[in-house]
Write a protein that binds this ligand. Sequence first.
Ligand code: GDP
Length: 460
Amino acid sequence: SFTLAIVGRPNVGKSTLFNRLVGKRLALVDDQPGVTRDLREGAAKLADLRFTVIDTAGLEEITDDSLQGRMRRLTERAVDMADICLFMIDARVGVTPSDLVFADILRKRSANVILAANKAEGKAGEAGVLEAYSLGLGEPISMSAEHGEGLHDLYTALLPLADQFAERAEEDAPETDVDLSEEEAEDPDAIPMPTKTKPLQVAVVGRPNAGKSTLINQILGEDRLLTGPEAGITRDAISLRIDWNGVPMRIFDTAGMRKKAKVQEKLEKLSVSDGLRAVKFAEVVVVLLDAEIPFEQQDLRIADLAEREGRAVVIAVNKWDIEEDRQAKLKALKESFERLLPQLRGAPLITVSAKTGRGLDRLHDAIMRAYEVWNRRVSTAQLNRWLSGMMEAHPPPAPQGKRIKLRYMTQAKTRPPGFVVMCSHPDKVPESYSRYLVNNLRIDFDMPGTPIRLWMRGQN
Ligand code: GDP
């Protein structure tokens, strides 16, 4: 588990959030003389996360001149005690000079800062939320501790960090608990296999009524989520830990996130932004389409985002059970896919029925395969043999008489795979030639279901 410190200047709403996270599980540590006298500590609960939260609000009533200095020291102590810091500002007031002082402490002392703009309910906080970006601490979570808004976002921001600390705890565990599959991961080229502490993160995204909840229920094999014909009926967890065919996974259920939508008109917009969030934390994104109305604007937007965010992508076409002329339909789907989502070329398209469970094993295999390819590393020797073959078959053009020489190629990163080609005149290599390389790289090294990045660099 981990410790979260809520820090920020007085009156931004730290205690309100503290109380919300802790509820009645307060463990006052005031009686430990000298150490944490002004810090409150409690056992916090947020969805399935359990952690310790500390609050620096103890000084808020003090108004004498020493406040600034004491608050500062107290904050530094809290920051040093914590694994993760939640830095809170007041969205209604905007960024103040003392916020800058706290931001500075955090930048210097904490590796894991989550920025929150509180009191952001209604319109009054909008400008403050935007201003918060200027602190240089990343994207602010807009929340209202008072009204309980933004807790989903806090959860999604905490999740990857929480996983990191869970992992560290695992490392501290006695030898007998060591999982063999993790030992094997020492080979740098090996694909990191999902484990209990590091499950494969999968997001199921798609329009309302595409069948996301039905699909997740079917995978779970029990009626855990509520599904029905109305859009927005689902209410349940934000992410679910499951073992699907023996693989530990965490499934982000964007349908579950929708419960925030209070009025029906907001639904479309919300499910898009929830989907966006899920994409950010996923390793593999399953874009679930409704076979009756596939490739709607909303589907295209989210699929495009998944590509731009560099996630592995699997397209699943649902409600295949009610399809009559499946062959013709599949052909049409593939054509639309190619035309509407050329940037996702190579992503597998799997037909499923969330209702009957048909196609789910194939979906599972496609997810695993996309994950594997997303992590794939190709050796430099192989790449360079391949590159000279490519140049022979189709040499780069010579714009304005400048001959472009491709000298050398190497894989710079994985998740998704990214390659660097060292060449003369990198800025003169036409887009079409890069595309030619990427398309063939995908085919020759068999890499469906992942974005591939390629950079042209000059030698210096
Ligand atoms: P969500 O909004 O994406 O979570 O969609 P739901 O899971 O709530 O499903 C919306 C509607 O589509 C419900 O009435 C489901 O029963 C129906 N549905 C979901 N999957 C299938 C399927 O594979 N076949 C058929 N025929 N209906 C489905």
